[in-house]
Ligand binder design. Structure first.
Ligand code: ZN
Ligand code: FE
Length: 254
C-alpha cells in the first residue's frame, strides 16, 4: 500500500507525496513548488525517485526542474504533452503502466481540462490521482478540450471501483458544493456532504480525498444521467453528454 502525504500549497493546491515502503520508492504528484516537498522528504528521510505530472499548468509542474536538479529524479508525464512538461523523461500514453516499487500505476488519458491531461491510477492502493479532471463535487474547467472529451474522461473515472479514493489537485470542494446545491435541491447525500465539508473547512482541514462512491452520490458532473439533475435543467431524456455540457456552462457563469 502506498503511504500518501498531502501537502497544501499556494492558495488551494494539493501536492501528494507517495511512498512505497517495500521497495522504498518515493514520488511526488504535481509539485507546484519545491520547498514543502523538500521539507517533507527531509522529515521522512526519503529521497525523491519520481515526479508524476497530470498536466502542464504551472501550478502542477512549477517545481519540476528545481526538484530534478536537486534530486536527479525521473519525471513522468503524458507523451502527448511532452513539449509542455518541463524536464520530462518517461512519456506515457493511455493504458500504459509503470512500476512504482511493487505498486503498479496505470495511465489514463483524460483530456478536457487540457488536451494532454492524464490521471495516475494505483489499483492496489485504490487511489486515483486525477489532477484537474474531477474535483470533489466538481470538475475541471474546459481550457483546451470539448465537453464531449471531458464527459468521456469522466465516464472512464466513473467505471472504477466505488471505493477508489479521489486525490484531486485542488481544495475547491466548498464552492463546488454551493453550485451542486443550486442544481440539485433535494439530494440528502449532497446535503450531508455539504455539512461535513463546512465542518472540515471551519477547522482548515482537507475535504480531499473523497471516494468515488461519495462523488457518484453528490457530484453533479458525475450525475448527468440522474433524473433529478435532468429535471433541474429542464433536459429530461437529453443525451448525457449534452446535460454535462449544460452543467459545465452553468458552472462557468455561476
Ligand atoms: Zn490545471
Ligand atoms: Fe490546477
Amino acid at each position: 500500500m502506498l503511504e500518501i502525504t498531502q501537502l497544501p500549497v499556494l492558495n488551494d493546491n494539493y501536492i501528494y507525496l507517495l511512498h512505497e515502503p517495500d521497495a522504498a520508492i518515493t514520488g511526488v504528484v504535481d509539485p507546484a513548488v519545491a520547498t514543502p516537498v523538500l521539507k517533507a522528504l527531509e522529515s521522512q528521510h526519503h529521497s525523491l525517485d519520481f515526479i508524476l505530472n497530470t498536466h502542464h499548468h504551472s501550478d502542477h509542474v512549477g517545481a519540476n526542474l528545481e526538484l530534478k536538479a536537486l534530486t536527479g529524479c525521473t519525471i513522468i508525464g503524458a507523451e502527448k504533452d511532452q513539449k509542455r512538461i518541463p524536464g520530462i523523461d518517461q512519456k506515457l500514453s493511455h493504458g500504459q503502466c509503470f512500476s512504482f516499487g511493487i505498486e503498479n500505476c496505470e495511465i489514463f488519458e483524460t483530456p478536457g481540462h487540457t488536451s494532454g491531461h492524464i490521471c495516475f491510477y494505483f489499483a492496489n492502493s485504490d487511489a486515483l490521482f486525477c489532477g484537474d479532471t474531477v474535483f470533489s463535487m466538481g470538475c475541471g474547467r474546459l481550457f483546451e478540450g470539448s465537453a464531449e472529451q471531458m464527459w468521456t474522461s469522466l465516464q472512464l473515472i466513473k467505471s472504477l471501483p466505488e471505493t477508489t479514493k479521489i486525490y484531486c489537485a485542488h481544495e475547491y470542494t466548498q464552492a463546488n458544493g454551493v453550485f451542486a446545491a443550486s442544481i440539485e435541491r433535494d439530494n440528502p447525500a449532497l446535503e450531508q456532504r455539504i455539512i461535513e465539508v463546512n465542518n472540515l473547512r471551519k477547522d482548515n482541514l482537507p475535504t480531499v480525498p473523497s471516494t468515488l462512491s461519495q462523488e457518484l452520490s453528490t457530484n453533479p458532473f458525475l450525475r448527468e444521467q440522474c433524473l433529478s439533475i435532468q429535471q433541474a435543467l429542464n433536459m429530461e431524456n437529453y443525451p448525457a453528454v449534452e446535460v454535462f455540457a449544460e452543467l459545465r456552462k452553468r458552472k462557468d457563469h455561476f
